[in-house]
Design a protein around this ligand. Structure first.
Ligand code: GCW
Length: 684
């Protein structure tokens, strides 16, 4: 009988641990705290938060004393800090909070304190939420909006809302994110209505103590749509006055409001072009309205021109001529690549080229083109590749990182990531998608971090082997859990490129939902640059988009060194081959194979990689709580199915042009092309 009771008690103890793991705590799962004495002269809400973090999460020497000190030091930039074992010094209180999070992270990763100065790469480190006021999230795969309620009419703020925003703010601050845009760039004008601004204020009030500023996306035609004016022409005096009054109203509610994010004259959104005005006219007018209050305008360069020119050229073509003409509180927000968040793109030619205008990179954390919240794809490797890309604009070594973080051009610096966050218990839909939110924050803080270090930290913090005691990374855990899981993460993006769009192929996904393959998709009457055959250009000769001099010549937008390198078939890196060239199916690749064979092997290898991830994950079952283990296992199964669909669809489709056999040492397709096309069978 006694043993039965003991068994029952034990069973429930084990059970409750397992149940506790729904992923909601993200990378902040520490449950241990030793004794620590905190010495700090100042008193404020931020300092209180910093102390609380130390007290609740101390993993250092029991009974140690740590000093928090705000003191000016020229070595420290912005909200940076100097970390020592027993002291954190910063120029600002927020810097102290960041120092505390860094120290605790190092402790929880089982590291010795790395005593040095920590400075942020970018002054502004922002999330962009594509959250609609009706509670839905554009390209969101993790439930509904955390900011806006279903239907949109209920703007009341509940305790539950506040709790969620508080947790969100803490998670962001722990990785250094200091701003957030809380509504979709396809913006409803209603965000500027007085009653909506009350909710914006409530959000700002919760986020403020964590050093996070609130921004909103605005609809350029708001003066006409919600202000009752006849026009929204940026040069019209009434319009100018309307925006100035609106700015004043916002700042009276939210004194530290960040500013506006604007998608204008793009994809059907209104903008200055509707009134015969330019991007400069539009951006500067808004900038003037915000300037007296210290706000900024982030004006997006994601535009399509009315002409159906090569879309890869359009952002540069529209914005480069305006270099130097924007007000000093305007930043141009540029997507990492010239088209649209593909699994792999070369860097946008705007980086490094606009020398007299601050540019901020826009990365996409939500996996619109990378398998939504179903595929396990760790994006840090993609972003690392982007930061390291050499623009050559100010000589060799002018990397995108250096062109945007103030190293080369002394100007305002900022970076944005399109968030993958929603109301799902684990915030991101996929437990491993949390790593992308984490990685974005870490890279925005320090764009020199390696994806390997980020993966290392995230795994330790997220799958900490001992939730009830001090951290203890045994050799067994490191060898048999950490190593294979890290490898899976670091390989995952290249795997996705392989099974989706290898060798520089791009924009061949299903229209609309952007999840599965759709290289065939085109519809009579739709503009060419929205269709897929336009991007791959497959014919009986070969495949790929010719962007050299004999084609669209988009290459001319890059520095001549880069243009020459990408423009020559012999030197163009194979991962960008079909991005820049239309290449014969029989072209000899570095491997010695023909292009067609190489393509077959890449697609097949991508599928095999995912099958390998399944094996890796199944093997680590004993190291993971049941909830997260099963959730990831199920998603990997779906990913493997979808990778197979990608391979089959693309190979069978392109085979119609190459008219060559799929090499016999590759597993045969298991789907028919017409079934995939008919059923859209991979719709998530
Ligand atoms: O990638 C496209 C997306 C749209 C998005 C747009 C943009 C918010 O498919 O959903 O709109 O980019 O970045 O503006």
């Amino acid at each position: 009988m006694r043993s039965l009771i003991l068994f029952t008690v034990l069973f429930f103890v084990v059970q409750s641990n397992v149940q506790a793991e729904d992923g909601h705590k993200l990378w902040l799962r520490n449950q241990f705290s030793g004794e620590v004495n905190v010495v700090c002269a100042g008193k404020s809400e931020i300092i209180d938060l910093a102390k609380k973090e130390l007290k609740n999460n101390w993993n250092g020497i029991d009974g140690a004393t740590i000093q928090l000190l705000v003191k000016k030091n020229n070595e420290v930039k912005g909200d940076g800090f100097i970390l020592e074992e027993n002291k954190i010094q910063a120029n600002t209180e927020l810097g102290l909070l960041y120092g505390v999070f860094e120290l605790l992270r190092q402790q929880q990763c089982g590291q010795k304190v790395n005593e040095k100065t920590y400075n942020p790469s970018y002054e502004l480190r922002l999330l962009n939420h594509w959250d609609n006021l009706n509670g839905s999230v554009e390209r969101g795969y993790a439930g509904a909006s955390i900011f806006w309620k279903k239907g949109g009419s209920d703007l009341t703020v509940s305790d539950y809302d506040k709790k969620l925003w508080h947790e969100y703010a803490r998670a962001n601050a722990s990785v250094g994110i200091n701003g957030t845009v809380i509504n979709n760039v396809n913006a409803s004008p209603n965000v500027l209505k007085a009653e909506t601004l009350q909710r914006v204020k409530a959000i700002a009030d919760v986020l403020r103590p964590f050093g996070i500023k609130v921004f909103v996306s605005i609809n350029f035609s708001s003066p006409a749509l919600v202000g009752g004016l006849k026009t929204s022409d940026p040069l019209n005096t009434e319009v100018i006055n309307w925006w100035q009054a609106k700015a004043k109203e916002i700042y009276s509610l939210i004194p530290d409001f960040g500013g506006f994010l604007v998608k204008a004259s793009s994809e059907g959104q209104p903008g200055p072009h509707d009134y015969g005005r330019s991007h400069v006219d539009g951006a500067n007018m808004l900038a003037d309205a915000l300037k007296p209050h210290g706000g900024i305008v982030m004006w997006r360069a994601f535009v399509y021109s009315a002409k159906e020119d090569d879309r890869a050229e359009q952002a540069y073509a529209e914005f480069f001529p305006f270099d130097g003409q924007f007000r000093d509180n305007v930043i141009i927000q540029v997507k990492n690549g010239p088209i649209d968040f593909m699994p792999r793109e070369p860097f946008s030619p705007l980086f490094g080229a606009m020398k007299n205008t601050p540019l901020m990179p826009e990365l996409q954390i939500t996996q619109e083109y990378l398998g939504h919240s179903i595929h396990l794809v760790f994006l840090a490797t993609m972003w690392e590749e982007f930061f390291k890309s050499d623009t050559h604009q100010e000589g060799p070594g002018s990397t995108v990182a250096k062109c945007t973080d103030g190293t080369i051009f002394k100007q305002k610096t900022a970076i944005a990531g399109v968030a993958n966050i929603g109301t799902d218990a684990n915030w991101c839909g996929h437990d491993f998608a949390q790593a992308n939110w984490y990685a974005f924050g870490r890279l925005a803080w320090n764009n020199q971090l390696s994806s390997e270090q980020i993966a290392d930290e995230w795994i330790k913090l997220t799958f900490n082997p001992d939730v009830n005691g001090k951290v203890n990374f045994s050799e067994n855990w490191t060898e048999n859990f950490m190593k294979p899981v890290k490898k899976m993460m670091l390989d995952s993006r290249e795997a996705a490129v392989n099974y989706m769009m290898p060798l520089g192929l791009h924009h061949i996904m299903q229209a609309h939902h952007h999840y599965g393959p759709g290289p065939w998709w085109e519809i009579e009457g739709v503009r060419k640059d929205w269709t897929m055959p336009y991007y791959h250009q497959a014919d009986s000769f070969g495949v790929g988009f010719n962007r050299t001099k004999t084609g669209s010549n988009a290459l001319a937008q890059y520095h001549p060194t880069v243009a020459e390198n990408f423009g020559d078939l012999r030197t163009c890196p194979e991962e960008y081959l079909l991005w820049f060239h239309h290449v014969s199916w029989n072209h000899k690749m570095n491997s010695g194979k023909t292009l067609w064979d190489e393509m077959c092997y890449r697609y097949d290898y991508g599928v095999q990689q995912v099958r390998g991830f399944q094996v890796s994950w199944d093997k680590v079952q004993n190291f993971v709580d049941a909830g997260r283990f099963t959730a990831v296992q199920r998603k990997l199964r779906k990913q493997a199915q979808n990778a197979q669909v990608w391979k089959d669809a693309c190979l069978l489709y392109f085979q119609q042009f190459s008219k060559q056999i799929i090499p016999f040492d590759i597993e045969r397709p298991i789907h028919n092309l017409d079934d995939i096309r008919k059923n859209d069978m991979d719709r998530p």
